[in-house]
Design a protein around this ligand. Structure first.
Ligand code: PAF
Length: 282
């Protein structure tokens, strides 16, 4: 597994792989990996990518003032061991000055998909995500890029950007990987201790309640979302940020009778801001 630490090294690796006829898969991450990330490498391989590059970069541009950039968990040695075991061919680990050298002034803004939900409480977040992902795409020149569906709005933003800017990259969404008790895997789960860890189950519990209603024939968007919202709002250690029903493809808000709906939720539990979602369809 090759370690690449500059955009030039990443580009040279990609050029050599392309010259050799390899299909390149890209798995962008911020490190502190878990089973969900490992599944992204596997999915890239299953999509016929003979060369899979993972990236590890805690991107300052997507953190707001007072957010957890400084304390975001980091463990490079453990991440590299996991990626090697998962079968990654290369890991790109640029430093902040490599990605944002002095004088940096160019950002990518995806207008529609970035609005509402996480975009409402984290102004500038998706601009930072779109910018860094565009830079990763340009350096790694992938044919396929794989992102977790837990970051549902992020995936919509990246799909829109890849389409609008003609990247010609297949964007693949990977199913959420959950802990045995239902909690969606996330690097930020490391912040959850004791009662907060138990309370954090309320997000997935709410989504599973919505799924049970849907499976029982309920098709009213408001009722499905209310089930998730009530479960989270009823947990004293959780502070609900949003629970909404969105079109799974376009992210448009949904009301009334639905055949397909993504129920998306966010809540703060202790020091951790958690997000989760479930797509329900006939
Ligand atoms: O989902 C993440 O880990 C990050 O937002 C991403 C896509 C790697 C961009 O920094």
């Amino acid at each position: 597994m090759e370690l690449l630490r500059s955009p030039g090294a990443m580009r040279a690796w990609a050029d050599a792989r392309r010259a050799g006829g390899a299909r390149i898969g890209l798995v962008p991450t911020m490190g502190y990996l878990h089973e969900g990330h490992v599944s992204l490498v596997r999915i890239a391989r299953e999509r016929g990518c003979g060369a899979v590059a993972a990236t590890i970069f805690v991107n300052p541009a997507q953190f707001g003032p007072g957010e957890d950039f400084d304390k975001y968990p980091r463990d490079e040695a453990r991440d590299l061991a996991m990626l090697s075991e998962a079968g990654a061919s290369a890991v790109y680990l640029p430093g902040v000055p490599d990605m944002y050298p002095e004088g940096f002034q160019t950002y990518v803004e995806v207008t529609g998909a970035s609005q509402g939900l996480c975009g409402a409480s984290r102004p500038g977040h998706f601009r930072g995500v779109a910018t860094v992902v565009a830079k990763l795409f340009l350096a790694a020149k992938p044919h396929v890029a794989v992102f977790g569906e837990k970051d549902f709005q992020q995936l919509a933003v990246i799909r829109a950007m890849a389409r609008d800017l003609d990247f010609g990259i297949e964007i693949v969404g990977a199913p959420i990987v959950r802990e045995p008790d239902g909690l969606a895997m996330s690097s930020r789960n490391a912040y959850l201790k004791g009662d907060d860890r138990i309370a954090a189950r309320c997000l997935s519990r709410g989504l599973f309640r919505a799924r049970a209603l849907f499976d029982g024939g309920e098709r009213d968007a408001g009722t499905l979302v209310a089930a998730a919202r009530e479960e989270i709002a009823g947990e004293p250690l959780a502070k609900l940020e949003y629970a909404e029903g969105r079109d799974p493809r376009t992210l448009a808000p949904l009301e009334g009778r639905v055949d397909a709906i993504a129920v998306v939720v966010a809540a703060k539990v202790g020091p951790a801001r958690l997000i989760d979602n479930i797509t329900l369809r006939d």
